[in-house]
Ligand binder design. Structure first.
Ligand SMILES: Nc1ncnc2c1ncn2[C@@H]1O[C@H](COP(=O)(O)OP(=O)(O)OP(=O)(O)O)[C@@H](O)[C@H]1O
Ligand SMILES: Nc1nc2c(ncn2[C@@H]2O[C@H](COP(=O)(O)O)[C@@H](O)[C@H]2O)c(=O)[nH]1
Length: 218
């Protein structure tokens, strides 16, 4: 990130981090939020997981081999990484640094480990949202009805739900995803409020410096 004051943006970008147990709906909500807000960029993760039908390389993830992942990790190209459900996932560092240097906002779909790492690295910028399903039965229904994973993968993900949920207390916001429309409205509200935080509105200093009332003449 630049220390050149001329390059300093007039606002400080935020890192909106979504986590949830598998199947609660964070990818669905992330896609809708990104589609509705052109100012929000997507941090596209690198993963060793095989791609699902409908997923596109470079859009949903960068799908890589384990060797390639380890090379990226060892070269310091990842902001954070974690092993989740037997696969490696990581956040490419460069797009995040570029976004923050330019005052742009980024959305991250990462597990609790990724959320915790990003918040530790970027404490001023991270905004963590934990998404809960309305019930365990509904979580199971959603992940089965998605129809993207074999039975043993679904079982492992449902078994991991409790461990993921145990970290909910680390998050700034908790959202129960009952229906998509309401949840999207809540997320938009969080983004709007967080964009108005004083420390992100760096450009206000200039405005305020010029806000002295005009002198009155009698
Ligand atoms: N509010 C909702 N009501 C009903 N179905 C939903 C809701 N939100 C998401 N879904 C559906 O639930 C399924 C799982 O959603 P999604 O893939 O977004 O979950 P996820 O949290 O990203 O899971 P993973 O971590 O496994 O990628 C999808 O089929 C999605 O259409
Ligand atoms: N720590 C990180 N976790 C990540 C990243 N990208 C995705 N994830 C999380 O992995 C699980 C499984 O994802 P899925 O797409 O296979 O369902 C889920 O919790 C994601 O949020 C990452 O870069 N770092």
């Amino acid at each position: 990130m630049s220390s050149d004051p001329i390059a300093t943006p007039d606002r400080r970008g935020l890192c909106l981090i979504l986590s949830s147990p598998s199947g609660a709906g964070k990818t669905t909500l992330a896609r809708l939020l990104l589609a509705s807000d052109a100012s929000l960029g997507h941090s596209v993760s690198v993963t060793t997981r095989p791609s699902r039908a409908q997923e596109a390389d470079g859009v949903d993830y960068y799908f890589v081999t384990r060797d390639r992942f380890e090379a990226m990790r060892d070269a310091g190209e990842l902001l954070e990484w974690a092993e989740v459900f037997g696969n490696f996932y990581g956040t490419p560092a460069e797009p995040v640094k570029a976004a923050l240097a330019e005052g742009r906002d980024m959305l991250f779909d990462v597990d609790w480990q990724g959320a915790s790492s990003i918040a530790a690295l970027l404490p001023e910028d991270a905004v963590r949202v934990f998404i809960l399903p309305p019930s365990g039965e509904e979580l199971s229904r959603r992940i089965y009805s998605r129809g993207t994973d074999p039975e043993h993968v679904i079982e492992a993900r449902l078994e991991g739900a409790e461990a993921e949920i145990s970290h909910w207390g680390d998050y700034d916001y908790v959202l129960v995803n009952r229906n998509v429309e309401d949840s999207l409205a809540v997320l938009k509200g969080i983004v709007t409020a967080e964009r108005h935080r004083r420390h992100r509105q760096v450009g206000l200093r200039t405005l305020i410096a010029h806000l002295a009332p005009p002198s009155r003449t009698r």
